[in-house]
Design a protein around this ligand. Structure first.
Ligand SMILES: [Zn+2]
Length: 322
């Protein structure tokens, strides 16, 4: 038997003993899209222009190494006082073939803003990006805090408003609370406590694995066939230093990377969900809108120590005391 036939036979046996319907599906190959919020930087504390450039350059280099075309959701407001740097950073993302989406200008919560103000902020947040995109059109939108409307009516109104702007809302199915770990990590690095910073990075990477395990189990419970996933990460120092490990882990889990546009073609992403008063990923939304199969109390959360370290680090970083 040739090696190819042996492989085919073993895949067939595997498929028969697990999920027969999946074996015939074009979705059998695990697929995933990588997205970043808060391009060019997550805004909880000030980051120097030099660090900003280093963080973006490093993320782009790692994406290139893994041959990934990602989608970055832009907050132009973070660099409103430095339009040249903003243009230069966004141009680097575009030049490497990544998609640039909209994340509002001011990082507004839709749950605390009226629709017209919110839509105007989205349009304001497209100005520099559209200059960089040239003839390309901005097509995707990620709502800050994943706030899509606290009521079904508000959610419907937002989707309608986005459609008029030519934007499609980009859901999230996997996220790893990266910003919680990033603040103490960055604070320790700035204070030259490298081993303490590495401690937070190790906790972050371990936590990411527990979240990935959990989301994969949830997906298996919710769907007869594997769905393509959408990972949400933020642009920050921790991810610049950890993205290579995270992408390597996703590859070892069997994922192939694909564009957000390809992932959104799966019909599950057109399925409406009920509204929630809080920001939450779409695995939760789909489950709560239908069968309620998942015990969400078991979703892993960062430890209270990390949450406390995050709070303390934000105060310290913003006071510039390090
Ligand atoms: Zn954001």
């Amino acid at each position: 038997m040739s090696i190819l036939k042996m492989m085919t036979a073993s895949i067939a046996v595997y498929a028969c003993t697990t999920m027969t319907s999946v074996s015939a599906s074009p979705q059998y190959q695990k697929k995933i899209s990588i997205t970043f919020d808060d391009v060019p930087i997550h805004g909880e504390f000030a980051v120097s222009a030099e660090s900003l450039k280093q963080i973006n350059d490093k993320l782009l280099a790692i994406l290139k190494k893994h041959n990934i075309k990602a989608t970055g959701f832009v907050n132009e407001g973070h660099l409103k006082n430095n339009p040249e740097l903003l243009t230069s950073l966004l141009s680097a993302w575009k030049k490497q073939g990544h998609t640039l989406g909209n994340h509002t200008f001011s990082h507004l919560s839709y749950h605390q803003t009226d629709l017209n103000t919110y839509l105007a902020d989205i349009q304001k947040g497209a100005a520099t990006t559209q200059n960089v995109l040239g003839e390309q059109t901005q097509r995707f939108f990620r709502p800050p805090y994943l706030h899509t409307g606290a009521t079904n009516k508000a959610q419907h109104t937002l989707y309608h408003g986005l459609k008029k702007l030519g934007l499609t809302l980009a859901p999230v199915t996997m996220e790893n609370a990266d910003y919680v770990f990033d603040a103490p990590y960055t604070a320790k690095l700035r204070n030259k406590h490298v081993s303490a910073a590495e401690f937070y990075q190790q906790q972050y990477l371990a936590f990411t694995e527990t979240r990935l395990d959990f989301y994969e189990n949830v997906s298996t419970k919710l769907f007869a066939e594997p769905i393509p996933h959408i990972v949400m990460l933020h642009v920050n120092q921790l991810n610049a230093d950890s993205l290579d490990s995270i992408l390597t882990s996703l590859q070892s889990r069997g994922y192939q990377f694909q564009s957000l546009e390809s992932t959104l073609q799966n019909p599950i992403y057109s399925q409406p969900t009920q509204a929630f008063k809080f920001g939450i990923h779409w695995l939760f939304r789909w489950d709560k809108s239908q069968d309620n199969k998942v015990n969400w109390a078991t979703e892993p959360e960062p430890s209270s120590d990390v949450f406390n370290a995050h709070q303390q680090a934000i105060i310290t970083l913003n006071k510039g005391k390090l």
